[in-house]
Each structure stands twice: as structure tokens, then as C-alpha cells.
Write a protein that binds this ligand. Sequence first.
Ligand SMILES: Nc1ncnc2c1ncn2[C@@H]1O[C@H](COP(=O)(O)OP(=O)(O)O)[C@@H](O)[C@H]1O
Ligand SMILES: [Mg+2]
Length: 332
Amino acid sequence: MSTLDDEPGGTPVVYALHENADWWPPFERAFREAGVPVREWNLVEGSFDPASAPPEGIFWSRISASAPSRGHDHSKDYARSVLSWLESSGRRTVNGRSTIEFEVSKVAQLAALRAAGIDAPETVAVIGAGGLRDAARRFEGRPFITKHNQGGKGLGVRRFDSVAEFETALDAGELDEPVDGITLLQEYVRPAGGFITRVEIVGGEFVYAIAADTIHGGFQLCPADACAIDATTGLPIAPPGAEAAPEPGQRLFTLRRDVDTAFAERLAQFTRDLGIEIAGIEFIESADGRRVVYDINTNTNYNADVEAEADSSGPASIARYLGALLRERYPA
Ligand SMILES: Nc1ncnc2c1ncn2[C@@H]1O[C@H](COP(=O)(O)OP(=O)(O)O)[C@@H](O)[C@H]1O
Ligand SMILES: [Mg+2]
């Protein structure tokens, strides 16, 4: 459905606002198994009347920062408009109007982390390309990375070991322009064990944590993506930032059973304080004993191998949570 005009009305359902059909099947299945009625609302192109009454239901936004990488440049502002309309009309949204600002801005994420007293990487946000050279001097003598303020899928993440190396890349025009014009320069935090941790939260509750292998997986850790394969050798290619090519069939994502649950609970409390109801929060345990939180995702594509191994399920937790909200608001 691209507009609400073709919405028949009637029984309230859960509406899933998103822009990538490829990511939908595991959620469709989870809602079906939970017996919760769900309808996709594809926010790529469409129209609506902001003075009209929206349909009744629970509105869950899964709009992703990486939408422009799929040619969906307008999804962010489409979602902002629709969520404003829904909330002004008194509808219950999940990951609503205020959450999308965290999804599309790492600056907003880092500022909120700092305000909550959570360690986050030292970062400079550079608006426009003109100030990049000067801003990089702050990291002289230590490795740093570039990333896009509106990221997702490791967009624009690249490591530099010196300012000179960065200047060479700049001069060669190798840095992609971010969609919002904001590039982050950030201290490189070396993961002590060669992995990052991602804590999954649904309805403000910790579900499980995964470890993602950065030695073989590098910076592009979209759990839904398969590794790229070299067409001539048929072997996996080392992704950007990886230190070694993955072995054929190697799992880059595993369940992390030994995560510090007190820390996971602290992150869950952080999302509750911000009104973010569904999140995946990434952190690095560094060689010097820091626990550095660097990415707040307000949607997750749950990895199938991890889902098979874990005692709980991301999509099932979401279906149950949204189903409960639906029943609470529209009792039979
Ligand atoms: N400050 C950092 N130091 C070291 N590695 C980092 C840092 N920030 C990000 N990375 C690596 O790059 C990956 C992508 O960065 P991230 O901030 O999560 O962007 P995205 O929103 O695109 O996922 C991370 O999963 C991690 O492996
Ligand atoms: Mg990330």
C-alpha cells in the first residue's frame, strides 16, 4: 500500500511503515504465527490528507537510515510527515516521530549517549566538505574513521591511520558525499576480541545480544546481507575494514551469551528514557577496558543463524509486543 486511499478501514491492525520489501518476510511470518493482524505501509511514494482521520491501529515505524542507498531518498521525510499526522491525530505509534531523528542522525545518538553518561567515541561532525582537512588534525598520531551522520550498512565508514593518508583520499575524491552533508570523523576504537556487540531491545526489554566478527566482517555489518563472493575464485571477499577474508561458510554473527546483562539493562533503560521502543545498540569493548557505544539502530534485520540459536526471537518479540498494544487499545 502506498497511500491510505486504498485502505478499506474497519478492523484495527498493526501497520508496519517501511521502505524495503526484501526485509519483510521474517516479520510477516512472526505476525502470522502470533496471530496478530499486520499490514505493510510502504513509504516510498504516495499521498495523504493531513486533515483527514487516519485509520485505527498501531503504527510501527521501521524506516531505515539506509533508505537512500536503495534510491528511496524521500522515505525519511515521508515518514516524518506521516508520523506527525498520526501522532497529532492521537494514534499510537511505536518508534514514532521523535525516534526517527535518532535513526537518521548519529550526532543525535552520540549527544544522547553522552548526556546519559554512556561512553561514546570522540567525534567531530563536519558539515560540508570544506572543513574536513582541518577537523582531521585533531586525530593526528592516532587512527580514526570517517562515517556518515545518516548511516546504516557501514556507509562511508573507512579507517585512516594518519592525517596524511586521509588527505590523499580527500585529494583523490574518494570520500562519498553523505546524503545530509554531514561527515563524522571519529576515533577508531579497536575491538579487543575482534568483534563488536549488538544488544537487541524490544518494548524496552533486552532480548539477546549478538557478536559480529570485525576481523572477517569489517565495517559493513548488516545482519541481513550475505558476504560478497569473488566471481573468479568463488571465495568470499574481505569486506571494507576486514583484516582477513571470511572462510567459506564462516558465520560472522553469533549469539553472545556472556554479555554483561547489567550493561544491557542500562542500554534498555536508556532507550526507555528516550521513548525508543525497538532498538539494536552496538558497542565495542576496547583493549584498554572501555565499553564504547557508537550506533543506535531503531530497526534490526535479525540474523537467521542467531535466531535459530537463541532462546528468544526478535521478530516474535516484536509481534507479541505490538499485538499486546493492539489488544490493549482496541479490546475485543
Ligand atoms: N569508532 C569506531 N571504532 C572502530 N570501529 C568502528 C567505530 N565506529 C564504527 N565502527 C565499525 O564500523 C561499523 C559500522 O559503523 P556504524 O557506526 O555502526 O555505522 P552504521 O550505522 O552504518 O551501521 C561498526 O559495526 C563497527 O564494526
Ligand atoms: Mg551499525
